[in-house]
Unconditional design. Structure first.
Length: 270
């Protein structure tokens, strides 16, 4: 039987908004969401912009505190983990590879920063950083560069290396390839899969791109207006979606067949 690594129960997150000149209201970004992630697997979270995916991801890593509900890793409440324990439990790879790094620090310093906070000696940080650069497909010499000297794809590899620096049990990827060119996207996705096989990583993979989610995921959550409307194995979702919104998302995937695209346009104009 697979081992459940992360378990989230009844997560709710609301954000206050102004309502008129003096009134205040709240918008519910995530509403009563529960999920589990098995060790060594990938949970895909898909939905259009504003569906609550990123808010959910930030609660899973502790960047946002839920208004209600709990997140547990290996049975321990995420809120009870100490300053040293939480980064070793879960890390995040963000959407924008440029703004995720400190532009005034070298690549080596950016990757080694979590280790430095943990009090690791400088020699160990340097050796570990060089190893991580090679592991994500870069050269150790890239460690002396600054973020503006690298391409977007290279920077996202750096962000992945930084997420790996403390050997976390789970990594949340929040639209980790959406800001990259298609060819670079494929390289990063393959890198993530290779790292998962080599290191036994567990992912929560958040994306609006159903093709990407299908490629990466073992299990998929479909979110709509902050709620989970469908939860099932990835194969089942793409073969037989049960919820109307899931079917709508799948029907919006562009076809790679030029004849099919021509037929669709003919139907629309006819």
């Amino acid at each position: 039987m697979p081992t459940t690594l992360m378990l989230a129960d009844s997560l709710v997150k609301r954000f206050p908004i102004k309502n008129g000149l003096f009134g205040r209201d709240a918008i519910t970004a995530v509403s009563d969401v529960s999920l589990y992630v098995n060790e060594g697997e990938t949970l895909g979270v898909v939905g259009e912009s504003g569906s609550g995916k990123s808010t959910l991801g930030r609660m899973l890593v502790g960047l946002l505190k839920p208004d209600r509900g709990t997140v547990r890793i290996e049975g321990r409440d995420l809120r009870e983990l100490g300053r040293r324990e939480r980064p070793q439990a879960v890390q995040m790879v963000f959407q924008d590879p440029y703004s995720s790094l400190n532009p005034r620090m070298t690549i080596e310093a950016n990757i080694g920063y979590p280790l430095r906070i943990q009090g690791a000696p400088r020699a160990r940080i340097r050796a570990h950083t060089a190893d991580l650069l090679v592991r994500v497909g870069l050269h150790p010499n890239h460690g002396s560069h600054y973020p503006h000297q690298l391409s977007g794809g290279q920077l996202q590899r750096v962000n992945i290396a930084r997420a790996l620096s403390l050997r976390p049990k789970l990594i949340v990827c929040d639209e980790a390839v959406s800001a990259l060119d298609k060819s670079v996207q494929a390289q990063i996705l393959n890198l993530l899969k290779d790292l998962q096989d080599e290191l036994g990583l567990t992912y929560v993979f958040i994306s609006h791109d159903l093709n990407v989610v299908e490629y990466m995921s073992d299990h998929v959550l479909v979110m709509y207006h902050g709620e989970v409307v469908e939860s099932c194995p990835a194969e089942q979702l793409y073969a037989n979606p049960r919820h109307e919104y899931s079917r709508l998302l799948l029907s919006s995937i562009p076809s790679l067949d030029p004849d099919a695209r021509t037929l669709d346009r003919t139907r629309q104009t006819g």
